[in-house]
Design a protein around this ligand. Structure first.
Ligand SMILES: O=P(O)(O)OC[C@H]1O[C@](O)(CO)[C@@H](O)[C@@H]1O
Length: 551
């Protein structure tokens, strides 16, 4: 889907109107916006499925939102969205459809790629995954020596790791606590070593997750895992079949590696790596939480897909979140976006969003290859909130940067939290609410003085406030809520890519480093070819070789 001839974003009248509006708003403070509209705190909210979204503490007025929606209309967000759901090849540099939404379509829905309905295939793989997961969970899938599987090690990287690893943490309270799950991604041998050192190979299943099955980190780790297994069992290649399964789009490479393709769970080139954990890539998660909870998660995704597809612009949560990000990047010069969950279980959520957002929208040319001269994707960062409060929140409160932040919290702690610890939840959530309040309203010099603070300390104890936040509150962290949250962010990223007119579904930016690493490896090991390197890299490589005693 090309869009040649489209007016450049920053030449649209809608863009100019936003610029003018920004000038008019000037330094208008959230304190003023709230004072002017007593209903703002309840009016600037949305409900989507189980998510309650409060966007009132953003630096926007009704007019800002209307202008942003006009920008979305002028840039064809809805048309591109419909093209995505329809299965058009909107990933134009790779000529691929973008259909992660089909992964969570209910049985019986129809989604066509090149005239073929893909939903039956999706459900056939989900059924195969469920049958396998049930066998492992029931102790019926045995290893080479006949022992049931007790340990599951997912080997993958990027989208083939971050999704299942994140979701496993998020849904810990739903997992089989008697089974061990580990996630290996780093080509640093320490990752695999630490993951398997206390495991019995006879009880260990490796899930090799790779869309392409050519990713060097994953194939290297999988090869080492196979060596560890066979050495531990004292067995030959015949032991591999009971201990290795593959998740991939590439049957040929899976077979080449020595994994029986009967033990391969397929997905398709229309699933981007960072959009894939609800495909076969989620097998480790499905074993951990069971097929029913996995289905609930998919239904959560689907609920937000349908919301995004059908909700009016004024009520469309992904559209709103996407447009707010565009507003801050373009008109407030925000360089980053913080995601701050108030749940220990969401400790890997922001790391997951980093790939989703930054690999999707870290682009600087438009869909037809022209350089952009507007901000694209922000730096996404953050860790669970209360820990952040004692680390980097100082900078958010009193530093010089504009850092829009999403606060994510839950009304109820997870169901299996011991009664003695449940009481701590109110304290956690008191912090959650207090922080967005402090960020928005701050503390004026007058308020500080009224506390009797010595004059020389007043500037230090003043909080300027006016720091934008969006609060996402849900009842509890269930599989469905996780699906809803991930889909919300997926579509937010989509909206931004559509407005910025970039291809959010390719990732050419990861290629160069891979090629150079391949070239440098023989220089490290054999010492040949160093003269072709630049002087800095050549010096570093020489130092490395010398430290390793190779020269
Ligand atoms: O699943 P694969 O093919 O091993 O790729 C892993 C990751 O590598 C990338 O292609 C680049 O980092 C990601 O998009 C992808 O999620």
């Amino acid at each position: 889907m090309s869009n040649e001839g489209r007016t450049r974003l920053n030449q649209l009248p809608e863009w100019a109107a936003l610029g003018k509006h920004r000038e008019q708003l000037g330094d208008t403070h959230l304190r003023e916006l709230f004072a002017a509209d007593p209903a703002r705190g309840t009016g600037f909210t949305l409900r989507v499925g189980d998510l309650y979204l409060d966007y009132s503490k953003n630096l926007v007025t009704d007019e800002t939102l209307a202008l942003l929606r006009e920008l979305a209309a002028a840039t064809g967000v809805a048309e591109l969205r419909d093209a995505m759901f329809r299965g058009d090849k909107i990933n134009n540099t790779e000529h691929r459809a973008v259909l992660h939404t089909a992964l969570r379509a209910p049985r019986g829905a129809v989604v066509e790629v090149d005239g073929v309905d893909v939903v039956p295939e999706v459900h056939a793989v989900l059924d195969k995954m469920a049958a396998f997961a049930d066998r492992v969970r029931a102790g019926e899938w045995t290893g080479h020596t006949g022992k049931p599987i007790k340990n599951v090690v997912n080997i993958g990287i990027g989208g083939s790791d971050l999704g299942p690893a994140m979701a496993y943490e998020v849904l810990r309270s739903y997992t089989r606590r008697d089974l061990t799950f580990r996630f290996v991604s780093n080509v640093d041998g320490a990752d695999l070593h630490e993951a398997v050192r206390d495991l019995d190979p006879a009880e260990t299943l490796f899930i090799v997750a790779s869309k392409t099955f050519t990713t060097i980190e994953t194939i290297t780790n999988a090869t080492s895992a196979r060596d560890w297994l066979l050495a531990g069992l004292g067995a030959g290649q015949e032991a591999v079949a009971r201990h290795f399964v593959a998740l991939s789009t590439n049957a040929e490479k899976v077979e080449e590696f020595g994994i029986d393709t009967a033990n391969m769970f397929e997905f398709w080139d229309w699933v981007g790596g960072r959009y894939s954990y609800d495909s076969a890539i989620g097998l480790s998660l499905m074993i951990a939480i069971g097929p029913d909870a996995f289905r609930e998660m998919l239904d959560g995704f689907h609920l937000v897909d349908e919301h995004f597809r059908t909700a009016a612009p004024e009520e469309n949560a992904p559209l709103l979140l996407g447009l707010l990000g565009i507003w801050y990047g373009a008109f407030h010069d925000a360089q980053s976006h913080a995601v701050l969950p108030y749940s220990h279980y969401l400790s890997k959520f922001t790391a997951y969003l980093q790939q989703l957002d930054m690999e999707s929208n870290g682009k600087s040319v438009t869909r037809d290859g022209q350089p952009v001269d507007w901000q694209t994707g922000p730096v996404v960062w953050g860790t669970p909130g209360t820990n952040g409060q004692h680390a980097y929140y100082q900078l958010i409160h009193q530093g010089t940067k504009v850092i829009p932040a999403d606060f994510i919290g839950f009304a109820r702690p997870v169901a299996d939290l011991p009664a003695g610890l449940v009481a701590q939840h109110d304290l956690l959530m008191a912090n959650f609410f207090a922080q967005t309040q402090a960020l928005a309203f701050g503390k004026t010099p007058e308020e500080v003085r009224a506390e009797g603070v010595p004059e020389e300390l007043v500037p230090h104890k003043t909080f300027q406030g006016n720091h934008p936040t969006t609060t996402i509150l849900a009842d509890a962290l269930t599989p469905s809520v996780l699906g809803q949250l991930v889909a919300l962010y997926e579509h937010k990223v989509f909206v931004q890519g559509a407005v910025w007119n970039i291809d959010s579904f390719d990732q050419w930016g990861v290629e160069l480093g891979k090629v150079l690493a391949k070239r440098i490896e023989p220089v490290l090991t054999e010492g040949e070819g160093g003269e072709r390197l630049d002087s800095s890299t050549a010096g570093l490589v020489a130092a490395y070789r010398s430290l390793r005693g190779r020269d």
